[in-house]
Design a protein around this ligand. Structure first.
Ligand code: 5AD
Ligand code: SF4
Length: 442
């Protein structure tokens, strides 16, 4: 039997992994592979893994176990582990799980075709280097396939902040920014292929400091202003940011740059100065609140989003209360919250840990508050007019679903709408997880 070989990729974790999976699929396209959305007919299975919280490796082992019968039936099937678990525990995975043919870390996935060839020859292939060549450069020859209206674009990778709980500085390495001309070239290419909204990605995206097209170094704000000039690109977003890298020019851009959307993900993790210090966050609750005031002065309607960790070592009830107070003070439109999870190799893993019940109980209380705020922010959209970019058909005939400027899901019944279209929409109802709207007559 001939025809292209098939690649099945399963992606875990953050948006950067989604982007990386796309790039890996493209790299393997050059090696004669097409993507398939089921593992059953695949010639190669790749798990693109996440290591941010606990049980990451266990999840990978149990997922691999599910592919064992496929591998028994089809000995030619190659199985690979990519992403941050591969980076952290790749050699161990290969030792413990002989069915794994290939391990590739996030900084080496441009070498995937070579690794696949090696695996086809019957050898085990492992690459968790931080190579000197730029993986993005090697991946520049992309196929010209049509794309959906939204895309991720990685502009910065890695982190030098070393928060005491976080594995990212170890799995993704030191902060690196891509040169602006490469980012602009990739953005123009995406727009030509149908993309209307680009989300710039980086573990510390607002620390971006890439080589500019004018010989100088560009900040993220400067890069956003350059992207703003691209005809056909309608919306720009970015994630994830650190409070200490919210520079004046970036704050100002939120008020002045018309394509930059009024939504900002700005994790604070805790509202207690004592815990923030123990987390090595290098900011206080007060400095974070002042920062949000400045951002809201630039863009009053901005929707704030954040990340929180509960049950960090030594967190007392009073520390936790300070987090709830901070959440009350900010009033978030969205928030993501997690129980602290020990990550081997990070400083906080060595400290005394809180009981699981305490973490669970705090998480519940925090999530109840966040849910109320999210609900209120969504309900407050009723009666307002918002921009919506339509992404896909809705559940009912004639219905289209898209995202508002504030990232709320909005559905509209209008048979004339098409995917990739932007429209002004009046919000008429707030449902469980989405808003209903009607097109505003021009
Ligand atoms: N335990 C719990 N949550 C964590 N995060 C990062 N590391 C940990 C950890 N060890 C959360 C932070 C971060 C988000 C991406 O994941 O809130 O902002
Ligand atoms: Fe991790 Fe973000 Fe802290 Fe970097 S800034 S160490 S990615 S939580």
């Amino acid at each position: 039997m001939s025809g292209p070989k098939k690649l099945y990729i399963k992606t875990y974790g953050c948006q950067m992994n989604v982007y990386d999976s796309e790039r890996m699929a493209e790299a393997m396209g050059g090696a004669g592979y097409v993507e398939t959305d089921t593992p059953d007919d695949a010639d190669m299975i790749l798990l693109n893994t996440c290591h941010i919280r606990e049980k990451a490796a266990e999840k990978v082992y149990s997922e691999l176990g599910r592919f064992r019968s496929l591998k028994d039936e089809k000995p030619d099937l190659k199985i690979g582990v990519a992403g941050c678990v591969a980076q952290a525990e790749g050699a161990e995975i290969m030792r413990r799980q002989p069915m794994v043919d290939l391990v590739v870390g996030p900084q080496s996935y441009h070498r995937l075709p070579e690794l696949e060839a090696k695996a086809r020859d019957g050898a085990k292939a492992l690459d968790t280097d931080f190579p000197v060549e730029d993986k993005f450069d090697t991946l520049r020859h992309r196929p010209r396939a049509r794309r959906g209206p939204t895309a991720f674009l990685t502009v910065q990778e890695g982190c030098d902040k070393f928060c005491a709980f976080c594995v990212v500085p170890y799995t993704r390495g030191a902060e690196v920014s891509r040169p602006a001309d490469r980012v602009l070239e990739e953005a123009r290419d995406l727009v030509e292929r149908g993309v209307r909204e680009i989300t710039l990605l980086g573990q510390n995206v607002n620390a971006y400091h890439g080589a500019g097209t004018d010989g100088g170094e560009w900040s993220l704000a400067r890069l956003i202003w350059a992207l703003n000039e691209i005809d056909g690109l309608e919306r720009i977003r970015f994630t994830t940011s650190h409070p200490n890298d919210m520079t004046d020019d970036l704050i100002a851009a939120h008020g002045e740059c018309d394509k930059l959307m009024p939504y900002l993900h700005l994790p604070v993790q805790s509202g207690s100065d004592r815990i923030l210090k123990r987390m090595n966050r290098a900011h206080t609750a007060e400095s974070y609140l002042r920062l949000i005031e400045r951002i809201r002065a630039a863009r009053p309607d901005i929707l704030m989003s954040g990340d929180f960790i509960v049950g960090f070592p030594e967190e007392t009830e009073a520390d936790f209360q300070a987090t709830l107070d901070l959440i009350e003070a900010v009033n978030y439109g969205y928030a993501f919250s997690f129980k602290y999870s020990t990550r081997p190799g990070t400083p906080a893993a060595e400290r005394d840990q809180l009981p699981e019940e305490v973490k669970s109980e705090r998480l519940q209380r925090l999530q109840a508050l966040i849910t109320r705020q999210q609900r209120a922010a969504q309900d407050a959209m009723v009666g307002r007019e918002v921009g919506v970019l339509f992404e896909k058909p809705g559940r009912f005939a004639g219905q289209m679903v898209g995202k508002s400027d504030y990232l709320h899901a909005v559905h509209v019944s209008d048979a004339n709408l098409s995917i990739g279209e932007m429209a002004r929409v009046e919000i008429v109802e707030s449902g469980a997880n989405s808003l209903a709207g009607r097109i505003k007559a021009a």
